[in-house]
Ligand binder design. Structure first.
Ligand code: APR
Ligand code: PHB
Length: 396
């Protein structure tokens, strides 16, 4: 088997890249180690930036986002028992759209399959050969193992995937920090406490009150990193969500059936070497943001846009410059998102008992409420900085 681009992973990064390549006539195959059902059900974050929604509109995949997504102007923040709305739309334009990541994955998967394009589930890439003049991947599928020759390999295989190892350790520049806390996340059949998402910066730690629909909430609690989920009964979760959200707008926190629960670690990570020879890293394979602010999916889509443009320039225009500059093109936007996520994380969580840090966080929260300039700066990144390049290659 041979293809121009072998794509490892059918998450937002891999599927978006496949769509953008298809629209430009560059053939690719997507290999996904999990089943279709698994990737379409996996619970993840779900806030789309405006540029992500705009891209899906450009490629004809926005109908369900418009029909089922929930458009928010900004978010609420509660501290010192008062709730404030930060309206970013009024200052910078655009929205944050609540649309679960697995819904976007469903849209991209069904589109690709409806178009008869290659996407293999339960196809595990076990090895990558990364040569100067080409590449190949070894795939295990239904008990068979086979090789696929490719001009390029796009590793969209997440933080634990095989992609990163295809770049020699001595060439990689990796920066990483893990936080001493995790997020305990739930999905519940309750009505959202506020019309848009709310962050509560409480002395017990952060609580996040988000939603997936009029009667489905997605809520998170900051917990110690070594927390055992089994120690958190439904009642304990609801009690703690109520304590942390005690404030003007949150008196009505409803309790109901919790039908999904999980733990997620908090980590900031960037591998600045996002390419080596024929291998490119995208999305979580190249960088992780802590979940505060929900940037992960959007960064994955942004990387896919840059690589699609670079591959199209190479194949259609015989122009290697964009591919050569892939990492350099992606990194400034990645670092802005890292800064935003780290700032939100540090400000909203209780990460130390240091009273100075607590007061400084209060002062920063206050500045978001009182200063239009601060709000504008926050809103620009929350609603989404422009993608570094358009996905479409146009010969100049
Ligand atoms: N072979 C084939 N597929 C693989 C392999 C492999 N060896 N290793 C991993 N995968 C698949 C995983 O099963 C997963 O479906 O790669 C996919 C990676 O998808 P995501 O984890 O969704 O990563 P990405 O597309 O970069 O999207 C980033 O995902 O982790 C969230 O919050 C994060 O929203 C962010 C988004
Ligand atoms: C979510 O809805 O999953 C969500 C909302 C806000 C965040 C992170 C995740 O900061």
């Amino acid at each position: 088997m041979r293809t121009k681009v072998a794509i490892i992973g059918a998450g937002p990064a891999g599927l978006t890249l496949a769509k953008l390549l298809d629209l430009q006539g560059v053939d690719c195959i997507v290999f996904e180690q999990r089943s279709r059902d698994y990737v379409e059900q996996r619970t993840r974050a779900g806030i789309l930036e405006q540029p992500t929604v705009d891209l899906m509109a450009e490629v004809g995949l926005v109908d369900r986002i418009h029909a089922e997504g929930i458009k928010h102007d900004g978010f609420y923040v509660t501290f010192d028992e008062a709730t404030h709305h930060l309206d970013f739309n009024a200052l910078v334009g655009g929205h944050a759209t609540v649309y679960a990541q697995q819904e976007l994955v469903k849209d991209l998967v069904s589109d690709r399959l409806a178009n008869g394009l290659p996407l293999m589930f339960e196809a595990d890439v076990t090895a990558i050969e990364n040569r100067v003049d080409g590449a190949s991947v070894t795939v295990r599928h239904e008990g068979r193992t086979f090789e696929v020759e490719a001009d390029f390999v796009a590793c969209c295989d997440g933080y634990h995937g095989v992609g990163r190892a295809a770049i020699p350790a001595e060439s990689r520049t990796e920066i990483e920090q893990t936080y001493p806390v995790a997020w305990l996340g739930i999905l519940a059949r309750t009505t959202p406490v506020t019309p848009e998402g709310m962050y509560c910066a409480h002395e017990n730690g952060l609580s996040v009150h988000s939603m997936r629909g009029a009667r489905i909430t997605r809520q998170y609690l900051q917990v110690p990193a070594d927390t055992d989920l089994a120690d958190w009964s439904d009642n304990r979760i609801w009690d703690e969500l109520a304590v942390r959200s005690a404030g003007a707008s949150a008196d009505g926190l409803e309790r109901g059936e919790i039908f999904d629960r999980s733990m997620a670690p908090l980590r900031s990570y960037v591998n600045e070497t996002m390419q080596h020879r024929r291998v490119f890293l995208l999305g979580d394979a190249a960088h992780i943001v802590p979940p505060t602010g929900a940037k992960g999916l959007n960064l994955a889509v942004s990387d896919a846009t840059v690589l699609a443009h670079g591959l199209a320039a190479h194949f259609l225009g015989n122009d290697r410059r964009w591919l050569d500059d892939y990492s350099a093109t992606c990194l400034p936007r990645i670092w802005q998102a890292q800064l935003f996520s780290a700032t939100l994380t540090a400000t909203l969580h209780r990460l130390t008992d240091d009273p100075l840090q607590w007061r400084l966080n209060r002062a920063r929260l206050q500045s978001w409420v009182t200063s239009e300039a601060q709000r504008r700066a926050l809103g620009e990144v929350y609603l989404g900085l422009p993608f570094p390049v358009g996905w479409q290659y146009a010969a100049s």
